[in-house]
Design a protein around this ligand. Structure first.
Ligand SMILES: [Zn+2]
Length: 241
């Protein structure tokens, strides 16, 4: 891996995966490799990773993927802070997750908000601990071409924009299938490829069917092929300048 000062990313797709679906992620590793793609895995409940999960996550990190933090118990930041205060949020939800990840050999430099729940005060609090935070835009906007304006971060802002909005590309959850129309996501990728900058997307498990939110491998490959066809590199959060 290159050091921060050597990074010259001027355009990229930031593809991210949340929660703790390490086995399914590891099974998709050859797909990422075939497109030269590096992605970011945001881990919650790191204390509940078993020995195999840790081994597979180590392999993903060795492949150049970024490992980030997604909280200890997947608490929604604004609600937890409203109920218990910012100190308790850091002490109970963030620091134990960071420390456990570090203990396992994954020093996390970025954080994805559970359920994309955030506000300016949570940003201020967490930016003292992390280089970057990932939020989210409403998933029901992903069919809307104007999503590109909301999702795309211009090239000149990559180094300084520390809270990145993401959009879900999940295929479904349990028996519920989400829409297949990703027009807004595709428009954001096109703008990023043409103008430079970054676009951030997120999904969860990688599977054709799963009780949790999941993206089908075929959809994932379609997105990787689309970015590849636009000569848009797919990189992890740790590769950003
Ligand atoms: Zn999550």
């Amino acid at each position: 891996m290159t050091g921060r000062g050597e990074n010259h990313v001027d355009r990229a797709l930031l593809l991210t995966f949340d929660d703790r679906h390490v086995r399914e992620w590891a099974a998709a590793a050859p797909l990422f490799t075939s497109y030269g793609a590096r992605v970011t895995f945001f881990i919650c409940e790191p204390d509940r990773l078993d020995r195999d999960d840790v081994r597979l996550l180590r392999r993903l990190a060795d492949d150049g993927h970024t490992i980030g933090c997604h909280g200890l118990r997947h608490e929604r930041a604004p609600e937890f802070i409203a109920a218990h205060g910012p100190g308790a949020y850091l002490d109970q939800e963030v620091m134990p997750a960071l420390e456990e990840l570090r203990r396992l050999g994954f020093p996390a430099r970025s954080f994805a908000y559970p359920c994309s729940a955030r506000d300016e005060s949570t940003d201020r609090l967490l930016l003292a601990l992390f280089e970057r935070l990932r939020g989210g835009v409403s998933a029901d906007r992903r069919a809307d071409p104007s999503l590109a304006a909301e999702l795309h971060v211009p090239a000149g802002a990559i180094a300084t924009r520390r809270v990145l909005p993401g959009c879900s590309v999940d295929s479904g959850r349990g028996a519920v299938a989400y829409g297949d129309d990703l027009t807004g996501v595709e428009a954001a990728l096109r703008r990023t490829a043409d103008d430079g900058g970054v676009t951030t997307l997120y999904a969860h498990c990688i599977a054709d069917a799963h009780a949790s939110n999941h993206v089908a491998p075929a959809r994932l490959e379609k997105l990787l092929a689309l970015a590849d066809g636009m000569s848009l590199p797919c990189v992890g959060f740790n590769e950003l300048p």
